[in-house]
Design a protein around this ligand. Sequence first.
Ligand SMILES: Cc1cc2nc3c(=O)[nH]c(=O)nc-3n(C[C@H](O)[C@H](O)[C@H](O)COP(=O)(O)OP(=O)(O)OC[C@H]3O[C@@H](n4cnc5c(N)ncnc54)[C@H](O)[C@@H]3O)c2cc1C
Length: 374
Amino acid sequence: MSLSYAILGAGLMGRMMAYTLAQSGARVTVFERSGPDAEQSAARVAASMLAPLAESAITEPSVVRMGLYGLDRWKGLIEQLNREVKQQTFFAQNGTLVLWHRLDTAQAQRFAEHLERNVRMNPALSSPWHLDDKALAELEPSVADRFHQGLFLPREGQLDNRQLLTALLQALEQLDVVLHWHTACEPNDLEGQGFDWVIDCRGLGARSSWSNTHNPLRGVRGEVIRVHAPEVKLQRPTRLIHPRYPIYIAPKENDLYVIGATEIESEDLSPVSVRSSMELLSAAYSVHSGFAEARILESATQCRPTLKNNLPEICVPRAGLMQINGLYRHGYLIAPAMMDTAQQLLLGQVSPLAQRFDIQVHHHDFRNSFASCA
Ligand SMILES: Cc1cc2nc3c(=O)[nH]c(=O)nc-3n(C[C@H](O)[C@H](O)[C@H](O)COP(=O)(O)OP(=O)(O)OC[C@H]3O[C@@H](n4cnc5c(N)ncnc54)[C@H](O)[C@@H]3O)c2cc1C
């Protein structure tokens, strides 16, 4: 008889875990407090850039290693999903362009030096290219009238998060996963219901489960604006060095651009502020004048689920319960590494991938309460 799993939360991690477990032949049931569009998840709002080198400026080497693994793994996963379901998911690996205005030159230099140091520490990262006027005009002609230098981060990628969430949903339906929408659950609610494992992927919704641990969970507010901008022809995610937070413009298919994102230490989920809207939109307009006539389709706020140390963690606080959380601002980048590590742990409690990525894994020990095993 195959094992039976309950997945709490159908955002990014929940859908990925449900998919991989159902594919391996397990019986899977999903409980999600919102609907099939994942309207209360960080996954729906994210820009879903896959940028290990850019992120290396603000995160630990372990996350960067997970990101490099994730980039390769996404390519295969999306090809597979595209074959399996009717919904195609956009995935591109055209690199990232980094731009800056003259006043921010010193900050841009520090950023470049930081990345170069990180490449020396991890040669699997591709070195950033310094672009002069001519090289920039060849790479991204549509910004060449406003910028005369830039930095190019090769190999970096992105995907369309909403297409991916829909494709994963279709795959779950095809795999006969039982889906309970508008059903908020706690792990304790499912005790005695015949599940071999409960996998808690509730993102920030799991805050109370982490509140009395060494590593409490918090939300980090992010605001994004989605625009339709047919006059803008950017071919890759473009980051603008900015004194307050890095602003990016992520081009998706059909002239859709995601402009984001603020990063505010707050769990306030209220709508995007006027100040953030002005900063995001004026930054986009300063990169490309075609944004002037763009149409605002949506502005959205969500909180990134973040542990105290800003690193992801997998926890088995008691037999039959696994918690996966803390994906913070790079959930898409690291989700494949987290998923494969969790899969290994479910099979045998030891994970070479957890060791490779220094993923914090806390295991229930049947004699003591917690014992770290990775
Ligand atoms: C503005 C913004 C921009 C981002 N940009 C990027 C990016 O460019 N690249 C990148 O790699 N990452 C990005 N991220 C990060 C990424 O979106 C998150 O790390 C990721 O979505 C976290 O996945 P998760 O499954 O843990 O949580 P979520 O995606 O939030 O999913 C959690 C799910 O659990 C459900 N839930 C909560 N409580 C309950 C309950 N009691 N019962 C049942 N269901 C429940 C929620 O409704 C939700 O659907 C961004 C995030 C934000 C907010």
